[in-house]
Write a protein that binds this ligand. Structure first.
Ligand code: ADP
Ligand code: MG
Length: 140
């Protein structure tokens, strides 16, 4: 399997509870390298653009408000099959369904406040990385 990069976001519920280091440890233990990382606070407009794919879903407004409610940590994870591996480390969207040892099982509060975002395919990974990071910020 090829080396890939994927976009991860540590969400406001997790930054509020000071869980950045614990979540990053899970990525590193799984063999994912954090090759870019920044803590920022999204505006409603930026959150809305990032999650535009969900704009017709009933939870869209609530999701954008949540994502803009406190700082997030945007990061690029790199490794063999990083996109699928990160989804595995994250666990299911609903923490009630997440496997033992996953980030969402251990830390998520609810379906909405579920601690992490991860890209779901190569095309979305490339788009989402470019949303947060310039080429100059990706040093490997
Ligand atoms: P994932 O983050 O696992 O890829 P989705 O792309 O389906 O999940 O949804 C994006 C985000 O929207 C979820 O991580 C979660 O924060 C929120 N979300 C999804 N479904 C719901 C729901 N039914 N109620 C509230 N929030 C939701
Ligand atoms: Mg998704």
């Amino acid at each position: 399997m090829a080396t890939e990069r994927t976009l991860s976001i540590i969400k406001p519920d997790a930054t509020r509870r000071n869980l950045t280091g614990k979540i990053n440890a899970k990525f590193e233990e799984a063999g994912l390298r954090i090759v870019a990382q920044k803590r920022i606070q999204l505006t409603m407009d930026q959150a809305g653009k990032f999650y535009e794919v969900h704009k017709d879903r009933p939870f869209y407004g609530e999701l954008c408000e949540f994502m803009a409610s406190a700082p997030v940590v945007a990061q690029v994870l790199e490794g063999e099959g990083a996109i699928a591996k990160n989804r595995e480390v994250m666990g299911a969207t609903n923490p009630a369904d997440a496997a033992d040892g996953t980030i969402r099982k251990d830390f998520a509060l609810s379906m909405g406040e579920n601690s992490v975002h991860g890209s779901d395919a190569p095309d979305t990974a490339a788009q989402e990385i470019a949303f947060f990071f310039s080429g100059l910020e990706l040093v490997g």
